[in-house]
Design a protein around this ligand. Sequence first.
Ligand code: AMP
Length: 401
Amino acid sequence: MLNKKSVDDIQAAGKRVLVRCDFNVPLKDGKITDENRLVAALPTIKKLIADGAKVILCSHLGKPKGEPKPELSLAPVAARLTELLGQEVKFAADAEVVGANAKAAVEAMKDGDVVLLENTRYRKEETKNGEEFSKDLASLCDIFVNDAFGTAHRAHCSNVGVSSLVDTAVVGYLMQKEIDFLGNAVENPERPFVAILGGAKVADKLSVINNLLEKCDTLIIGGGMAYTFLKAKGYEVGESLVDDEKIDYCKEMMEKAEKLGKKLLLPVDSTIVAAFPSPIDAEIDVESVPSNAIPADKMGLDIGPKTAELFASEVKSAKTVVWNGPMGVFENPILAKGTIAVAKSLAETDATTIIGGGDSAAAVNTLGFGDKMSHISTGGGASLEFLEGKELPGVAAANDK
Ligand code: AMP
């Protein structure tokens, strides 16, 4: 288990505490369209305010590629955080992020005040973990807190570089929760442990499949990636998404599952269409057929109803469930049934349920099942790398207990 120092292990009163948050929220016409990430950051911020720290927040937003882009300014985040916290979050507008304006704003802080810096990716050193910007950030604070799980799989100035230049670098509550849930699920799960993987391509999840197969009791594979497995079994999969270069890999994984005595479940039936919907939410005709009877001119775009039942019954008998990736082209309501069925089965179980970010997290929240899950990861890429068993640089950089 990762044993990192957290905000509970520091004396923050009167100190300048720089907190790396994940405020990479979707914006439309300057308005935040999903504020889950802001809400998720509040416990750490509130704790530091209550401790009497000078709380300096920073984050990236989108990809400004190393220069100021007004449409990617964090100003709307400061305004919304002010409302959520019920106290002013002063926005330090500054093209250099840590320039004269930001320094003056920090200088003027009183204990319990909150300042938000401008988008860290306005600086081109940020994504290269360059020394100058890391030094600038470190010069603003006495203590560094990393609460941005979403970027923990990257070594950037605002999470890794700055950590090495301050005496005290710890994790925030959100990061701690991610480490506890994902780490426990993979390393010390209550069994049976069922892992469900979906999404488009096998190639994106090779190491996840391999690692989870070793850790779980049952590995369920749905979504587009299932068809490469089905083809590897010798089935006709028609026009379904197949990665021919990964057929041998799928065979290897199926052999590995057998050798380890693990259950590897694939769709037993598929919802098929004549052509990929265009636009993606177009009305389409679908039918469901057994997985070994997909006509050569059709493609599978969702798991079928029998598969949905099979996967749901496996979830029912599990004590820990980790899910990453939709079961079909869920952007189309007609092809979202499999994903909804799996989400529902997770919502109904008493097992520990962990959603690994990205599309599955969005699906669960949109369906209104968000509060029924034990944990919804705030990091798509980061949670996948965690499930691969990799060490995340953003986590590794924090002080050990
Ligand atoms: P990922 O980013 O790998 O999690 O994949 C998510 C995408 O996979 C979504 O946009 C889905 O539309 C797509 N997807 C899921 N099932 C299929 C399928 N059977 N065929 C093609 N694309 C799929």
